[in-house]
Design a protein around this ligand. Sequence first.
Ligand code: AMP
Length: 533
Amino acid sequence: MLGLMMEKPLLVGSLLEHAERFHPEQQVVSRLVSGEVVSHRYKELAQRTRQLANALLALGIGPGDRVATLAWNTHRHLELYYACAGIGAVCHTINPRLHPEQLSYIIEHAEDRLMFFDTDLSALVSKLAGARRGQMCWVALGHEADLNSAMPEGCLAYEPLLSAQGDELQWPQLDERAACSLCYTSGTTGNPKGVLYSHRSTVLHALISALPDSAALSAQSVVMPVVPMFHVNAWGMPYAALLTGAKLVMPGNGLDAPRLYQLLQQERVTLALGVPTIWQSVLNYLDEQQLRFTELREVFIGGAALDKTLLQRFEAIGVTVLQAWGMTELSPIGVVNRPLPDSASLGEAHFQQEKLKQGRGLWGVDLRIVNDDGQTLNWDGASAGHLQVRGHWVAGQYFKQAESACSADGWFVTGDIAHIDPRGFLKLTDRSKDVIKSGGEWISSLELELAAQSHAAVAQAAVIGIPDAKWSERPLLILTLKDGCELDPDSMRMHLQSQVPTWWLPERMEVIEQMPLGATGKVHKQSLRERFG
Ligand code: AMP
């Protein structure tokens, strides 16, 4: 017997409608590329989004069409998210830090019809002007006066495009399975792959990410996604904030520590989200200038592992750190680390260790760990293997790839190596392509990196496997040092010895000037392998 409840599709547009009706005065504050900080209420955002949707329709954009963005976190980018989704089009966010060759590949592969870009990216845009055989229409995110001759021919300006339109629009009823946004993975080998999110997956992900044991959002929250809107939809915050009526603070391209600190303080941000490297630079700035946060209560960290020093530095200034693990293919949230009721009572040492794990599963994502032979491993906190996931917001297939992205029995193979403890806390130990196989056993490059990073002289650490005649592979430790610091290899050896098994200790260590970083700010191990491998 079927239930007799209404069937109402889960649509992204409903989040905006909700925010407009129930939180009309709540604000989205944006730092524009000009440096100006502007504020819009959700009711204005909704009006402007309808104007933008009318403009998109007038430009011939229809259901399924891809509309690209090369843009920072601002209200305009948010309007694009909702206008595209609302008319059934697909907002394709592109990471401007990708290599131009990868950018061209992505634009051609996605068959983007329109491209909205922030004006500080004009130099990059001029290199891409010939994309799609010159058939793509370009729109600069600004006013008529922001256009210049370096921009592609026929380039339009965003604000006049909006003001030419009325704000009346009846949003179409869409299938909740329809695509609403597209994000390519920042694959270090091979071409990037497109992850095509649906309205349903996006709304469910927003609901879950707002829960108390996740980002814990409410209308009282002031949220700043420092993570860019081109990096897995700013981890879903542009959706979760409107769902809950939280205030959104968008830092634009002002991602350096002084400007971030200023905006965090000025807008009284309570929760900020970003990768560890961002927070290291913000904390260094605070120390140098002897500053403190007055409102910031929580930081949500993901994209790379949280290390002990970062956790302790935040705790020392009264800010709670939440680590999360996820990936583009998971919209992105997979697990989040919030304590269990007994976590604190199990002893300080246990609690601290637990906090450094990536987190526990949320409803909607199933997790399993399998070994090389495909056997499922126990959750004993030690048996590491390939992490596989299944769920409502997990990719089943990549864009324009006929084959499934999953195993024969329907699990997505994350490419990460992890173990899970009996309490359900997942601990990531490596990427499967980074794990070092020495004498038939696995050495976790991630654990070695975290251990090396906790040395007082170290700024950043990376570990790669190098060929070895006897053991087949041995770890090589590559470091950058903090300003003015020197490092004695013996002191590093002693430091590591207390934290990892002796047979893991790298025989070789290299100190370099600058760590190569990929487009999402993670260490680019491929370049290190090419240089040292
Ligand atoms: P991306 O799709 O670019 O967001 O990258 C996803 C990958 O980042 C994951 O597969 C992990 O390897 C890594 N990652 C994400 N979150 C964490 C975390 N908390 N700790 C360690 N690695 C992480």
